[in-house]
Ligand binder design. Structure first.
Ligand code: 8YV
Length: 319
């Protein structure tokens, strides 16, 4: 009997591709070229399921043109702003993601960004690598301490809570804003703010950990940045479109903000070039989930979703 066909839109870790190939007639993408909508539709012809990444924009228009054979779309990500979930549901396509797989890895990158921003990681690397380090001085590249400072976490889901857990160990006091207040047992002393404005006013460091949505787009705008304490640090491991780049760049240039640590960018990989010219930015190329263990886990969870749907069971991680 013919095996089900699964379209894997991007090159995935070897262990993930091995499992996909073992269990399915897997259409892989060894060159890792990003499909245009038309190429994606052509590649999906006759497929039973698609394992996609955030690079594939599953719009309502694309969904309307998908072959009738597609029963599941499983995304190798926790974020799902690239998928019109309602349009998929309307066509009876199950959509699922990989929640929880990258919590630890992303929280660790948030701490790296925080430290890189607060301790002038970019300037320090540059000085050493360019051979400009001429010796110790008492005032060279001074950063700021964490102890006694307040970390504001916008979005207190799994990743936000993992950031809070780590930040406590660094002596930061945790404040947060979330759609719903956490149960007391999960708050672990973190101070809830019913509004983002209230959180911003106390955030010596702001960590963005909320999902991207029409509501959160450009949430860090001129008015929001004005509310942050002078000299605050902004860290983003969620999605770039939550920040109004020109405003953040202006605030980093004037010194209203001390520094920013950014792993995600609007329009990535084509980030606003002004970030590159600033000494007080610590920039990473969307590495939040980039560990060997995490990427394997994401791939296996994405395949678990497809296995279930194609076997007539509910997906374990449905949207
Ligand atoms: C993914 C991510 O690796 O999970 C997410 O939402 O942003 C990353 O961890 C990337 O988006 C590939 O799909």
């Amino acid at each position: 009997m013919a095996r089900p066909v699964v379209l894997v839109t991007r090159k995935l870790p070897p262990a993930v591709e091995a499992r996909a190939t073992r269990d399915y007639d897997a259409r892989l993408n060894p060159d890792d070229r990003i499909y245009t909508a038309d190429a994606l539709l052509a590649a999906a012809a006759g497929a039973d399921a698609m394992l996609i990444c955030t690079s594939e924009k599953i719009t309502a228009d694309l969904v309307s043109r998908l072959p009738a054979s597609i029963k599941a779309i499983s995304t190798f990500s926790v974020g799902y702003e690239h998928i019109d979930v309602a349009a998929c549901r309307a066509r009876g396509i199950v959509v699922a993601n990989t929640p929880g797989a990258m919590t630890e890895a992303t929280a660790n990158i948030a701490m790296l960004l925080m430290l890189g921003a607060a301790r002038r990681g970019y300037e320090a690397q540059q000085m050493v690598r360019r051979g400009e380090w001429t010796g110790w001085t008492s005032t060279m590249l001074l950063g700021v301490d964490f102890s006694g400072k307040r970390l504001g976490i916008f979005g207190m889901g799994r990743i936000g809570q993992a950031v809070a857990q780590r930040a406590r160990g660094f002596g930061l006091t945790i404040h947060y804003h979330n759609r719903r207040r956490l149960p007391a047992g999960e708050e672990q002393g973190a101070v809830f703010h019913a509004s983002l404005d209230s959180l911003l006013a106390v955030s010596d460091i702001l960590s963005i950990n909320a999902p991207s949505s029409p509501e959160t787009r450009h949430i860090l705008n001129t008015a929001a940045i004005a509310r942050l304490p002078d000299g605050a640090i902004v860290v983003n491991t969620a999605r770039g479109d939550m920040i109004e780049d020109a405003t953040l760049i202006a605030a980093l240039t004037t010194g209203k903000l001390r520094a920013a640590g950014l792993d995600v960018f609007a329009g990535e990989p084509n980030l606003n070039p002004a970030y590159l010219a600033l000494p007080n930015t610590y920039l990473l190329p969307h590495l939040g989930s980039a560990t060997i263990e995490t990427r394997d886990r994401m791939g296996f969870m994405a395949l678990d979703n497809i296995d279930a749907v194609l076997a007539g069971r509910p997906a374990p991680y449905p949207l």
